[in-house]
Design a protein. Structure first.
Length: 135
């Protein structure tokens, strides 16, 4: 797992920005933009992914960061759920649906890997603190 200095370096954050751009393109289509509730909900969900990654990266502890990454992961799933509505309403083609749902899954996998990595670091930190406390 590569290290990062800021949230902008986190690949899942970068991918989530691409997802937001794709969602915004869809939401600007004439047949979609009139569905205010849908547009609001899917854009909020998509934006929540990158916002939670950014906010969590400023957390003071690994568990806090992990919690925010979990929220980001759930937001990616929420976007995927809204994409089913988009397909049902024929706002997106089957091909667009497949591409965008795969993108949400990819972001989710990256977030899961980052969470597991941070959980491992947190366990190492706890063992080190325990070892220092007993010496």
């Amino acid at each position: 797992m590569s290290t990062f200095k800021s949230f902008e370096d986190i690949e899942a954050w970068q991918e989530s920005r691409k997802l937001v751009k794709s969602i915004r393109v869809i939401c600007k289509l004439d047949n979609v933009k009139r569905d205010f509730a849908f547009v609001d909900q899917i854009t909020r969900s998509a934006r929540s992914i990158s916002a939670n990654i950014a906010e969590g990266s400023e957390a003071l502890t690994y568990p806090d960061f992990i919690q925010y990454l979990g929220h980001a992961r759930k937001s990616a799933s929420e976007v995927r759920a809204h994409l089913y509505d988009a397909r049902d309403e024929e706002y997106v083609s089957d091909q667009e649906f497949e591409s965008l749902t795969e993108q949400t899954r990819y972001i989710g996998r990256m977030l899961t890997k980052l969470i597991c990595y941070l959980q491992g670091l947190d366990q190492k930190q706890k063992r080190t603190v325990k070892k220092l406390a007993t010496s």
